[in-house]
Write a protein that binds this ligand. Structure first.
Ligand code: Z5A
Length: 212
């Protein structure tokens, strides 16, 4: 059985990751593929429990930056072994709302942790697995703020200062520039325009699958 493909969607808050993950999953299913969707942090019982700690201080105190990093990586290790690797082995396509590049952007560029150490720790958590393709949905900071404002209580990341979000957004762009598997997609237009750009970006993977 052919191995499935692993695609991640990344970007600042409100960039449209959840929206486009759902649209892409629908389109791939219509093309006859079996598709599994997941998210980080989350996607497993452990991951969803830790998500509440990471985003909403469910433990009763905010995690320190190193603890925060290790919690994200613990979620990733669990998700990798429990969901992603088995699905790929079964020939499914896996779409994840955030993955390792969020660690590099938020904990690396945002919190100022060294990228070398983050890459090594991420490799340990994933046992050296990487996405086949990463779609970076990019929007200007003002647009990101506008999309997330007015949708209820802000989570721990949404409450971060503007300069944190600026470093994260810049970090994502640097990662896209330096990493061949990352495709940057302008997500500031209509959802339809972004969906078409996403679909165009996955074509090489689909065509690979058609080769004998
Ligand atoms: N984090 C981390 O620090 N380190 C890590 O390693 C990982 C994560 C894995 C998880 O939040 C937090 O964890 C995240 C980083 C950190 N915090 N932040 N910030 P999340 O991923 O669950 O939350 P989010 O990024 O804030 O998700 P979101 O706000 O739901 O954004 P989204 O999924 O990208 O957007 P959306 O829900 O699809 O769309 C947002 C709205 O925009 C929606 O109302 C749409 O109708 C609207 N909109 C307008 N135009 C468009 C277009 N063109 N396309 C799509 N949507 C559009």
């Amino acid at each position: 059985m052919a191995r499935g493909r692993f695609i991640t969607l990344e970007g600042p808050e409100g960039a449209g990751k959840s929206t486009h993950l759902a649209l892409l999953a629908e389109r791939l299913r219509a093309a006859g593929l079996r598709v599994r969707t997941t998210r980080e942090p989350g996607g497993t019982r452990l991951g969803e429990a830790v998500r509440a700690i990471l985003q909403h201080d469910a433990a009763g105190e905010p995690p320190l930056p190193r603890a925060e990093l290790l919690l994200f990586l613990a979620c990733r290790a669990q998700l990798m072994d429990e969901v992603i690797r088995p699905a790929l082995r079964q020939g499914e396509w896996v779409l994840s709302d955030r993955f390792c590049d969020s660690t590099f952007a938020y904990q690396g560029y945002g919190r100022g942790m060294g990228l070398g150490a983050l890459r090594a720790l991420n490799a340990f958590a994933t046992e050296d697995s990487e996405p086949d393709l990463t779609l970076l949905l990019d929007i200007p900071e003002a647009e990101s703020r506008a999309r997330v404002s007015g949708r209820g209580a802000a989570d721990r990341f949404e409450r971060e200062r503007a300069d944190f979000h600026r470093r994260v957004a810049e970090g994502f762009r640097n990662l896209a520039r330096d990493t061949p598997r990352i495709r940057r997609i302008d997500s500031s237009g209509t959802p339809e325009a972004t969906a078409e750009a996403v679909w165009a970006a996955v074509q090489p993977l689909l065509q690979e699958g058609e080769r004998p």
